[in-house]
Design a protein. Structure first.
Length: 215
């Protein structure tokens, strides 16, 4: 009776710990690599379905293209899982795969629509926030519609004209909220390069802000 009670408490404790200490992405991928259990792979897809698709949709400006790239990215996860090294973080690795796939897709699809940007979350860099917020105006005053539309058009044009290297940094650091080190890992470049590219992008966007006479 005593042994049975001890066992019950042991298994109850294990169940509690399992709930309070969720399995990491890295563990799921390594287990999937070892066992081929598709349920583990499906869990990874589910965890990143909204986050990664949202990132790709903003990056590409096309929901259908984003869906294609999302599927291609996770197919690559399946095909390349044997190259994933223990001790490495899964999220930056996944974003590296997805970003490279998105860059290839943009190059193949030169007619892609103008990038559509959601209202950004609050970040350290207020300059980018003010500029990108122009892309969505909630001002109901009809008198301001034409003026706001012109500012939006100008900012969008510059975003489209930015080099791919700058665009990637803006989306990773600003929209995905990654730290410089994380973005550097994703893009496989030094942290200093991430900072310089972001600063260059801000300078170009600020020029548009100033030339469009924004108060």
């Amino acid at each position: 009776m005593k042994a049975s009670l001890t066992n019950d408490l042991y298994f109850t404790e294990r169940q509690f710990n399992a709930k309070s200490d969720p399995v990491t992405d890295e563990h799921l991928l390594l287990e999937y690599r070892e066992t081929g259990n598709r349920e583990l792979y499906a869990q990874l897809v589910y965890r990143y379905e909204r986050e990664l698709f949202s990132y790709l949709r903003r990056y590409l400006g096309n929901a259908e293209l984003a869906e294609d790239v999302f599927q291609a990215a996770f197919l690559a996860v399946h095909l390349k899982c044997h190259t994933f090294e223990e001790g490495r973080r899964f999220r930056p690795w996944l974003y590296t795969i997805a970003t490279n796939a998105a860059i290839d897709a943009r190059r193949r699809n030169k007619r892609h629509r103008t990038v559509s940007l959601d209202t950004p979350r609050e970040q350290d860099n207020e300059d980018v926030g003010r500029l990108v917020n122009l892309l969505e105006s909630g001002d109901p005053d009809p008198a301001n519609v034409a003026f706001n539309a012109e500012r939006i058009r100008l900012v969008r044009e510059v975003l489209e004209q930015l080099p791919e290297s700058m665009t990637s940094v803006i989306h990773l650091v600003y929209y995905q909220g990654m730290k410089y080190r994380e973005a550097a890992d994703v893009l496989e470049i030094p942290v200093g390069t991430v900072k310089s590219r972001l600063n260059s992008a801000i300078t170009k966007l600020t020029d548009v802000w100033n030339t469009s006479h924004v108060d």
